[in-house]
Design a protein around this ligand. Structure first.
Ligand code: PLP
Length: 397
């Protein structure tokens, strides 16, 4: 079938929850994607921070293939070897003692919200259920995680929302202090806001939140669904901040492109989940966790964190130069390879122009061009993308 026919069938039969670009990718390798017409793209979006290892990383592909031939599914009523292996690895390389596996970021956050409530109730005997989250945050699309998301545009049409959430501005410790009351059980935030416009915490902000949580006996939950697994140049974004969370959620790139979610927990809190309290049929299944083990090992063994730091710094420098040259640029910010360029205008057209030139980039919050390339991206690829971006900018000013 030709691409036009396929796109028509897509619009006919698939729920219209996405406005799609007219590209039909069929193959990928490393930082490159090819569409059905054979056009090549350099991918600075990585499936929204999912393909941190690049497309079809050979070790991930091999792990899926090998596992698929052995066993694809049993049930969490039995012990599952790659699940055990991935949990051990995650605990070894993080603050966590235990892991709960699920299938998406929203589900991981849902688990964190449930656990925070249950832990608080067990500890205090009271109904302490309130969670403080940040304005411009993004935590998912289930009813609870969409309520946790501090952006009214996502709430529209879904009221009544879940009770028990309060929003405060990001980077404002005073607002958090004022929002805490006897019902508060946790603070949930992204250590760098992704959808909200690549917002970087100011120095000492996360440390300040940690101190408030310790003082008040409430939990600090970090949503690293987008910025975890090496995206910021360290395996987890909290490592930049000299703190440890109580709970942390992962998904997107955890299994190198295969759907997965995970809730990482400190032992004392994990104890509040007892058999029957929470579950997921596919959570921690063979394929996802075998891919996850291969992906995590590849990130650690193949110098991806180092490349991410090095190329990330270079990328930011290049964009700072661009900012000096073009008046339409308002701000440049990022850490590692989550990079944002804020425009003084809408960015949708720029994304389209870049696509024509063979580069996949993203725009969030209408004006923030967001770059999330695979962690293996090279300086040369950054140069090529920036050259194209300059051509597009030059056409506007
Ligand atoms: C993408 C994202 C989610 C939701 O993940 P899904 O897998 O789409 O449910 C939650 N939090 C953050 C920070 C995200 O970027």
């Amino acid at each position: 079938m030709g691409s036009q026919t396929l796109m028509m069938l897509s619009e006919k039969y698939i729920a219209h929850t996405y406005n799609r670009f007219p590209i039909l990718p069929i193959r990928g390798k490393g930082t490159r994607i090819w569409d059905i017409e054979g056009k090549e793209y350099i991918d600075f979006f990585a499936g929204l921070a999912v393909c941190n290892l690049g497309h079809c990383h050979p070790k991930v592909v091999q792990a899926i293939r090998t596992q698929a031939e052995k066993l694809i599914h049993v049930s969490n009523l039995y012990y599952i070897e790659p699940q055990i292996e991935l949990a051990s690895l995650l605990c070894k390389h993080s603050f966590a003692d235990k892991v709960f596996f699920c299938n998406s970021g929203a589900e991981a956050n849902e688990g964190a919200l449930k656990l925070a409530r249950k832990y608080a109730k067990g500890k205090t005997g009271e109904d302490r259920y309130e969670i403080i989250t940040m304005e411009r945050s993004f935590h998912g699309r289930t009813l609870a995680t969409l309520t946790a998301t501090g952006q009214t545009k996502y709430h529209k049409g879904y009221t009544p929302l879940m009770p028990g959430f309060k929003y405060v501005p990001f980077n404002d410790l005073k607002a958090v202090r004022e929002a805490i009351d006897s019902k508060t059980c946790a603070i949930l935030l992204e250590p760098i806001q992704g959808e909200g416009g690549v917002n970087i915490p100011s120095e000492g902000y996360l440390k300040g939140l940690r101190e408030i949580c310790d003082e008040k006996g409430i939990l600090l939950i970090l949503d690293e669904v987008q910025v975890g697994m090496g995206r910021t140049g360290k395996l987890f974004a909290y490592e930049h901040e000299n703190i440890e969370p109580d709970l942390l959620t992962l998904a997107k790139s955890l299994a190198g492109g295969v759907p997965i979610g995970a809730l990482l927990m400190k032992e004392e809190i994990a104890k509040s989940f007892e058999p029957g309290d929470h579950a997921s049929t596919f959570g921690g299944n063979f394929l996802a966790t075998a891919a996850g083990v291969a992906a995590l090992n590849a990130i650690l063994d193949e110098g991806m964190l180092e490349n991410c730091q090095k190329v990330g710094e270079y990328f930011l420098e290049r964009l700072q130069e661009i900012k000096k040259k073009y008046a339409l640029v308002n701000d440049v910010r990022g850490r590692g390879l989550i990079v944002g360029l804020e425009l003084k205008m809408d960015g949708a057209e720029i994304v389209k122009e870049m696509m024509k030139k063979g580069f996949l980039i993203n725009c969030t919050m209408n004006t923030v061009l967001r770059f999330l390339p695979p962690l293996i991206v090279t300086k040369d690829e950054v140069d090529r993308m920036i050259k194209a971006l300059e051509e597009v900018f030059a056409g506007i000013t």
